[in-house]
Design a protein around this ligand. Structure first.
Ligand SMILES: *[C@@H]1O[C@H](CO)[C@@H](O)[C@H](O)[C@H]1NC(C)=O
Length: 418
């Protein structure tokens, strides 16, 4: 019976994900928010139940689709799993119906193409990927710092500061046997400069299952917490999910995308988990990592980069010591003006501000190269130039920085498909 309910649940819950997928561009996929608004727009209780009913896998799938390129290269696998599960679900229902009808005189349904054991295996392995199989509490923690370092050097372009500080911060944190507080990193920079990308690479090297690990939670402000009016409900939900995750995983990773749009109330709810003091429920939250991703501060970072360029200096000469005070004071100003995120900065809960520099033409070309390579498509220098030329560069006079960073580069490769 449980099996059947599960199968039904699968077949009911999956179609929306598929429907929202497709070929839309990542930033447009955020339009999917109304789905969850509609969901949460009902009665409180009903909303809460719906939220709970959505499995973490479902969220992950959604996050994949909402989050730019979060699941690049995995889509096929994803679709196969979904298709297999749907087929299995249909088959299972056919089996059930046949059983029910066996006694009567009605037409017996056609034999399904899937044998029961295969179906069970597919579903159980899929179910395991939801994570109830995390008995050891390590949840496949890999903490591959060498890999993280290598991957950032290879795949992240134009971000010497990020590479420098992120790897170090995470390494030191992981090597500390009793951290005094959770590690909180705040990523700042224009869209497309690699914030989500770095968060994903971190997840991939700290957990075998990367973003899909159940020790990794992604929250996208406007998607997960769309209505101010439900902040109290979100708070409860968020606190519950954080403590459940920490209970399950000795080392958890929480990613807050669009952090500048996170409600102050929710940030307040997060504070206890990021702070020094012992939590009331005697759980150790100090092994957790929090990443906040936001566009705030992007303009000041760009100004500094532009100043360097105008002065004829290499952007690699920009140091943290130089840039950080600018960024910090900019964020403090922003905090007074409303965006809530930076109140946690005032409380000294953020361990590190991570500035993402605006990307230049040559960086966009490198992103294009990676995109071609990732798809196994042939390319030449001209093709890379052509992709890079499609991007809009600012400011008007210098045309120096890509306004969308590398954000749409991998989609633009589609023009080159044979
Ligand atoms: C760490 O990552 C690197 C690069 O991705 C990989 O070659 C290496 O095998 C990994 N090490 C472990 C212990 O998984």
């Amino acid at each position: 019976m449980v099996f059947r309910v599960w199968v039904l649940y699968l077949s009911l819950s999956l179609p929306p994900v598929r429907a929202e997928g497709g070929s839309g561009r990542p930033w447009e996929r955020r339009e999917a928010a109304p789905t969850s608004s509609a969901l949460l727009g009902k009665e409180h209780n009903q909303g809460l139940q719906s939220v709970r009913a959505l499995s973490s896998r479902y969220w992950n799938l959604l996050a994949c689709q909402l989050w730019s390129e979060a699941c690049e290269g995995e889509e096929d696998e994803e679709n196969e799993v979904v298709a297999a599960a749907a087929a299995a679900a249909a088959a299972a229902m056919a089996v059930e119906e046949r059983k029910e009808e066996a006694g009567g005189s009605r037409v017996v349904l056609e034999q399904p193409g899937w044998s029961f054991p295969i179906m069970k295996e597919i579903l159980s392995s899929w179910y395991c990927s939801f994570g109830t199989c995390c008995a050891t509490r390590d949840c496949k923690v890999t903490n591959n710092i060498t890999g993280l370092d290598l991957d950032l050097s290879r795949r992240l372009h134009g971000q010497h500061l990020v590479k420098l500080v992120v790897v170090k911060a995470i390494q030191v944190f992981l090597e500390t046997s009793e951290p005094k507080k959770a590690l909180v990193l705040s990523f700042h920079g224009w869209s497309g400069t690699g914030k989500n990308f770095v968060a994903r690479i971190i997840a991939e090297h700290l957990y075998r299952d990367g973003l899909k690990s159940e020790c990794v939670k992604i929250y996208i402000s406007l998607f997960h917490f769309p209505h101010f009016r439900y902040v109290d409900m979100y708070k409860v939900q968020l606190a519950k999910e954080i403590s459940e995750t920490v209970q399950l995983c000795m080392q958890s990773l929480f990613i807050f995308d669009e952090a500048e749009k996170l409600h102050t109330g929710l940030l307040d709810a997060l504070k206890p988990y990021m702070d020094h003091y012992d939590s009331t429920d005697r759980m150790n939250y100090r092994r957790s990592i929090f990443l906040f991703l936001s566009n705030t501060g992007g303009n000041i970072i760009n100004e500094v980069a532009l100043d360097f360029w105008r002065a004829g200096r290499n952007r690699e000469e920009i140091t943290m010591e130089y840039l950080e005070p600018y960024l910090r004071s900019e964020l403090m100003v922003a905090a007074d003006e409303g965006p809530a995120q930076n109140h946690i900065l005032e409380d000294n809960l953020i361990d590190l501000l991570v500035p993402f520099l605006p990307l230049e033409y040559r960086h966009v070309k490198l992103c294009a190269r990676d995109a071609f390579l990732a798809r196994g498509l042939p390319f030449n220098e001209e093709a890379l130039d052509e992709v890079a030329r499609m991007m809009v560069f600012v400011p008007k006079e210098e045309k120096l920085f890509s306004a969308q960073g590398c954000k749409t580069v991998s989609q633009r490769i589609n023009y080159f498909l044979p």
